[in-house]
Design a protein around this ligand. Structure first.
Ligand code: ADP
Ligand code: MG
Length: 298
């Protein structure tokens, strides 16, 4: 395991930012850490990267304890903080060189990371001249300098325009081929685009930890149907696998089934058997975004 988090609690004053959080991430996984603002994502990431201590619980990176072996942890981890502080007056290469000194890495490595994050054409520019997307690449280059096994990226795409977003996501995916990556976001689509597993956090607690394909297949099936006549809810209970029936208006219903099998033929038969006509039946499957919202609403 690359990252193991066990029963981590963090309180600020009397506020619990993290409440007994546990998860583990295997070497080579790219995991999305998803949650609304204030959920506790940055707090968790600061603990994993040894910048703050947990109130309770333990975390290890490549077997090193964050609280007692911070030097070893820092060697294993590359961290792109949420508000990445950059020296705007410095030139790109100069800034990366400056950080390379801190990490005692070779000159060749500087060129390697500049190349890897696609900064070669911008390397002679001042950081202040770069777009937000390219500034994030500078942050990524610095996080990669000491060739860490684990990358922790705190909202790496927040504030980027749609083109930059696609580029940075692509870059994270590419980097993720050879590293363990945990990146936070408040956008479900981002997780779908980049990773195969998602950990959803809300109000300091993990509410979901699943592979994306599991999340997709576990969803309920929702069908919106309209009959030509009024139907009693009791009658609808004849429908197999029905878990919920909501009367939207007049003869319009939203039916939820606990199955992935298309239930529209069964609804058609139900209507026919009960002397009803089916005016419409439409699959309204919850997308992952809707699922995320339902998991994280207060
Ligand atoms: P996220 O990154 O998911 O938006 P944070 O980890 O930044 O969430 O914050 C989690 C909660 O902890 C929030 O309610 C936030 O206001 C609170 N918090 C974060 N940092 C501090 C701090 N230094 N002092 C007090 N409260 C904090
Ligand atoms: Mg944050």
């Amino acid at each position: 395991m690359s990252i193991i988090v066990e029963n981590i609690t963090k309180t600020y004053g009397n506020q619990k930012a993290l409440d007994e959080v546990s998860f583990s991430i295997k070497s080579g996984e790219i995991v999305g850490f998803l949650g609304p603002n204030g959920a506790g994502k940055s707090t968790m990431m600061k603990i994993i990267t040894t910048y703050i201590n947990p109130t309770e619980g333990v975390a290890t990176i490549n077997g090193h304890h964050v609280a007692t072996e911070s030097m070893l942890v820092k060697q294993s981890v590359g961290y792109l903080p949420e508000h990445n502080p950059l020296y705007l007056d410095m030139y790109v290469r100069e800034y990366i060189q400056f950080n390379a000194l801190v990490h005692k890495v070779s000159k060749e490595r500087i060129n390697e990371v500049i190349e890897q994050v696609g900064l070669t054409p911008e390397a002679h520019k001042k950081i202040s001249q770069l777009s937000k997307g390219y500034r994030q690449r500078v942050g990524l280059a610095v996080a990669l300098l000491h060739n860490p096994e684990v990358l922790i990226l705190d909202e790496p795409t927040t504030g980027l325009d749609p083109n930059q977003l696609v580029e940075i996501r692509g870059l994270i995916k590419e980097i993720g081929k050879t590293k363990t990556v945990l990146f936070s976001t408040h956008i479900m689509q981002e997780v779908e685009a980049v990773c195969d597993r998602v950990i959803i956090i809300n109000k300091g607690k993990i509410v979901t930890d699943k592979k994306l394909n599991e999340l997709k297949s576990n969803k309920d099936q929702i069908v919106e149907v309209e009959f030509d006549l009024r139907v009693e809810e009791q009658l609808l209970n004849q429908l197999p696998k029905l878990t919920k029936a909501i009367n939207i208006s007049d003869n319009l219903w939203q039916l939820t089934f606990n199955t992935s099998k298309d239930m529209r033929p069964a609804i058609f038969d139900f209507a026919h058997d009960n002397g009803l006509k089916l005016l419409q039946s439409q699959l309204k499957n919850e997308d992952l975004e809707t699922l995320f919202r339902s998991l994280t609403k207060s």
